[in-house]
Design a protein around this ligand. Sequence first.
Ligand code: GNR
Ligand code: NI
Length: 171
Amino acid sequence: MSILTILEFPDDRLRKIATCVEVIDAARSTLIDDMFETMYESNGIGLAATQIDFHEQIIVMDVSEDKDAPFCFVNPEIIEQEGVDVSEEGCLSVPGFFEKVERAKKVVVSALNRDGEAFECSAEGMLAICIQHEMDHLNGKLFVDYLSPLKRQRIKKKLEKIHKTYRSRNN
Ligand code: GNR
Ligand code: NI
C-alpha cells in the first residue's frame, strides 16, 4: 500500500470532472486501498479520487469515531435529498481553513461498492455532509466555491504563499 499525494487548492487538477468507473479491476482496487490508507494517515473522514489526481468517480469515507467503518462509493448518485443545514467544513485539499457551508440535511445515495455491487445509503449528520462534499470533488467543486469571492481569494493567497515557501525550502 502507499500514501498518495493530495492536491491542494488552487491546483487546476481539482477542477477536473471525474468520469464513470466502467470496471473495478485490480489497479482500481489497489487505488481504493491506497485512498483509504491516505485518508486515515491524513486524519480525514473522506477522500475523493480527484484529490489524488485520479479522475474517476470513486470516494472513500469513514466518519466513525473509532475509524473502523470504511465505506467506498463508486459512481455515486444522489437520488433523494431533504432539508438544509449549515455546518463548519474543512478539506484535505484546503488545509487549515474551516468555514460554514450549507448542504442538504438528509440524502439518499445510490452507488456501487468496491465489489461492484449496487447499494443505497440513507444519510444524515456528518455522513450526509461528507458524501455531498466528496461528490462535489468529483465534479471539480470545492467548499471554498460556496464562500464569498473575498474569502476565497484570501484563502487562495495564503495557500499560494505556503506552497511557494515550501517549494523554495526544497530547492
Ligand atoms: O476530513 C475531512 N473533514 C471534513 C469535515 C467537515 C466537512 C467535510 C469534511 S471532508 C474532509 C476530508 C476531505 O477533504 N474530503 O474531501
Ligand atoms: Ni475535501
